[in-house]
Design a protein around this ligand. Structure first.
Ligand code: 4AD
Ligand code: MG
Length: 457
């Protein structure tokens, strides 16, 4: 094991006594009269470590350039500067990986648009360091929450034969030779790798349901793919979805769990990521701290789809689309409800069955389903969930109405055939939640290597 002291431990004073060795990347360096100062970052903290090089000891510091990777050994001393309590007095320096003046991150601040063109380097900036540290802590919070609440973490397949959401937004998986002119005459999927059509998963839900029907409470947290036609700052082709599925939960239980879950992750990040949250508050979203307080303290609102449309109508606003029963809750309606009217997250429930997938449980009115979307201020929909249709005859009828061939999903119908039970679940978009917690306004800025329509490095 290398003897490597994390910058974080020096800054907070928990490092071992005596000389320490730090490995990191040079953010900036500047020379004074007799000394050179370098700011070193190693990912452990948003704050860099100041290293002081006495030029009587180091005569050539030309390689101490922005972007270079260095190993430096020295003594931790109290810093006379106001910026930091401690700094490192260098005794020896080794350049591990040099960087020339063509290193792209020379300026103090670059635009997010520019940084999107260099995803392999932007993680070295303060912003992206903070984003991915928070991404880690959010992932841990998610696993902890479910573990502490009796859920099992299960893995759903990435290659599937189903389009769970019925939205036709799946990427196809095939080994057929696409450049073969014979293919133009017609595709026979019997010749394909799986001998049938296969796709990248758009949701783990259908596979999570059978697992919940044996293990009780399960969750998945896996890659999800959508060839979404909407290329907005909230959509990406590859993202992570958290999908819990619970036997014996109805919609009310589902909604209570979503709120409890979000309060838990909020409190966890607030405790673990104080400095990164301060950074985002300072540079990206002035009201981020209030956002955390609101999430922790407010009771989330709840309204049916039908009543939400009534509210929108009563507002007397001129929306670009008329709020007619059966219409989508568009972005401007989301904004009105979550940002303006409630000013906090709102569960919109009981949408028209015609707008939703076949698996959602039909309500007694025969025209709405037991489902919810959670709309948050600023980011809009972050969760979609529902009680599942556990009655085999109704499920069958709904599948046929939605143009789904029950034979293709026979295993899914089997769950209703033997030991069917009421159950519910939800899907939460990890990246959208991370946007909400960091104040980043574009989903491409919370994903290390984003993939979206027409764009991929
Ligand atoms: O509302 P959705 O489509 O729900 C489902 O897929 C259900 N099967 C989930 C379940 O009940 N297990 O997607 C759930 C969430 C959305 O609310 C959103 O946060 C996120 O997934 N999401 C996307 N995030 C980024 N880019 C996209 N293209 C997304 N599509 C959905
Ligand atoms: Mg949805």
């Amino acid at each position: 094991m290398i003897d490597r002291t994390p910058v974080e431990s020096i800054l907070n004073g928990t490092h071992a006594a005596g000389e320490v060795t730090v490995y990191g990347w040079v953010k900036t360096s500047r020379s004074g009269k007799n000394v050179t100062f370098a700011q070193i970052s190693d990912g452990s903290s948003i704050r860099p470590l100041q290293v002081v090089f006495d030029r009587n000891r180091f005569d050539d510091l030309s390689a101490l350039a922005t972007g270079a990777c260095i190993k430096v050994t020295g003594k931790v001393v109290e810093s006379p500067g106001r910026e930091q309590a401690r700094e490192l007095e260098a005794v020896s320096l080794e350049i591990i990986g040099p960087a020339g003046s063509d290193y792209p991150l020379q300026k103090k601040r670059h635009s997010l648009e520019f940084l999107r063109t260099i995803p392999h380097l932007r993680v070295r900036t303060n912003t992206f360091g903070a984003v991915f540290r928070m991404s880690h802590h959010l992932s841990m919070a998610i696993h902890r929450f479910f573990d502490e609440n009796g859920f099992y973490y299960v893995h759903a397949p990435i290659i599937t034969t189903s389009d769970a959401e019925g939205a036709g937004e799946s990427f196809r998986v095939t080994t057929l030779p696409l450049d073969d002119p014979d293919l133009k005459k017609g595709i026979d999927f019997a010749d394909d790798y799986f001998r049938r059509q296969a796709f990248l998963t758009v949701s783990a839900q259908l596979e999570a349901e059978p697992l919940a029907m044996a293990l009780g409470k399960v969750y998945t947290f896996g890659p999800t793919f959508r060839a979404d036609p909407s290329d907005t700052r909230f959509h990406t082709a590859e993202f992570r979805m958290i999908e819990p599925e619970m036997a014996f939960f109805d919609l009310d239980d589902d909604i209570a769990l979503i709120e409890e879950f979000l309060k838990y992750t909020t409190a966890y990040l607030q405790e673990k990521c104080a400095e990164d949250i301060d950074f985002f508050t300072r540079f990206y979203e002035k009201s981020l701290r209030e956002r955390y307080a609101m999430l922790l303290n407010a009771d989330f609102a709840r309204i049916t789809y039908t009543d939400a449309l009534e509210l929108i109508r009563e507002s007397g606003r001129n929306f670009s689309m008329a709020p007619e029963w059966g219409c989508d809750i568009s972005t401007e309606f989301e904004r009105f409800l979550a940002d303006e009217h409630f000013g906090k997250p709102v569960f919109v429930t009981d949408y028209p069955a015609s707008m939703k997938p076949f698996y959602m449980r039909m309500n007694d009115d025969g025209r709405t389903v037991a489902c919810t979307d959670l709309l948050c201020p600023v980011v809009g929909e972050i969760v979609g969930g529902s009680q599942r249709e556990e009655r085999p005859d109704i499920l069958h009828r709904r599948a046929v109405e939605c143009g789904i061939d029950p034979h293709r999903y026979s295993w899914y119908f089997d769950i209703r055939r033997w030991g069917s039970a009421p159950h519910s679940g939800f899907g939460l978009g990890f990246e959208r939640l991370l946007m909400y917690y960091t104040g980043m306004e574009n989903i491409r800025d919370v994903i290390p290597f984003p993939r979206s329509k027409g764009r991929m490095l």
